[in-house]
Ligand binder design. Structure first.
Ligand code: CO8
Length: 259
């Protein structure tokens, strides 16, 4: 069905998208991004899926946007065709949480794709970086903004101006990665098991939780707290809030209706 990605449902409630363009180290050509968006939208609207894992191979999560595709692009082509705008679907439209499981190279657009996800897990040896400066350009899919928010201006400026890479261990110690793992197998087990834990909760509450946490990146604190309270109030209208709190009071396991 797909040429550049694979999809599967490896655990109950969990959808997995695996970037699969091994000859180009999962370089993110436009058809790959189109397939990725289609797969993410399918999982987002599937009633049986509650959480998504996005991964690549052991060798490469993604080695960046496709340099060979970009090399001949002109300004007017990029501008009039809104080049890379479709990448932002992951951050604007998808309501279910996405866990990036990063092993190997996550460079340029690959690093940016991982940073767009809601939780980032990686191997200790993962190879992150924004090397665009070495290609005569700058990050174009949010790297200068998301990396800077994640690790602070001093480190982000140094990395983006030098084009130097950073390791998975550094990503963990700087707070880019929520967890790091010694091996690829442990990484995948960790990502799938976290996704399964999330999928065991009320889908309505999970989607609302993703929404409010992400708002903290866009809104001032006072507006964000107000936004959170509105969403919190609105969840009193869900069946799952009644089910969850009643089950606690009755010392029973909550049986979610996801409504
Ligand atoms: N684009 C296209 N092809 C690539 C890319 C890429 N980003 N990365 C690797 N490949 C290809 C290589 O050309 C090679 O193909 P071939 O066998 O036909 O020569 C194949 O993948 C294997 O690569 P290498 O032989 O180079 O493998 P190595 O193990 O020696 O090196 C590296 C691995 C270090 C990852 C190396 O391939 C490399 O430096 N790649 C480029 C990394 C990079 O600069 N990435 C940033 C790209 S710019 C970017 O992402 C801007 C984002 C802007 C927003 C998004 C816009 C869409």
């Amino acid at each position: 069905m797909y040429e550049y990605i694979e999809t599967s449902e490896p655990r109950p409630g969990v959808g997995q998208v695996t970037l699969n363009r091994p000859k180009a180290l999962n370089a993110l050509c436009t058809p790959l991004i189109t397939e990725l968006n289609t797969a993410l939208q399918a999982f987002d609207s599937s009633p049986s899926i509650s959480a998504i894992v996005l991964t690549g191979s052991e060798r490469a999560f993604a080695a960046g946007a496709d340099i060979k595709e970009m090399a001949p692009l002109t300004f007017s082509e990029a501008y009039t065709n809104s080049f890379i705008e479709s990448w932002s679907l992951l951050t604007t439209t998808i309501k279910k949480p996405i866990i990036a499981a990063v092993s190997g190279h996550a460079l340029g657009g690959g690093c940016e794709l991982a940073l767009m996800c809601d939780i980032l897990y990686c191997t200790e040896k993962a190879n992150f970086g924004q090397p665009e400066i070495k290609l005569g350009t700058v990050p174009g899919a949010g790297g200068s903004q998301r990396l800077t928010r994640a690790i602070g201006k001093a480190r982000a400026m140094e990395l983006i101006l030098t084009g130097k890479n950073f390791t998975g261990l550094e990503a963990g110690s700087w707070g880019v990665a929520a967890r790091t793992f010694p091996t690829y197998e442990e990484l995948m087990e960790g990502a799938l098991s976290t996704a399964e834990t999330i999928a065991g909760h009320s889908k309505v509450a999970v989607m609302a939780a993703k929404e409010v946490v992400n708002k903290s990146q866009d809104l001032a604190l006072r507006d964000g707290v107000e936004y959170e309270r509105r969403v919190f109030h609105s969840l009193f209208g869900s069946q799952d809030q009644k089910i969850g709190m009643t089950a606690f009071a009755e010392k029973k396991k909550a049986e979610w209706t996801h409504k």
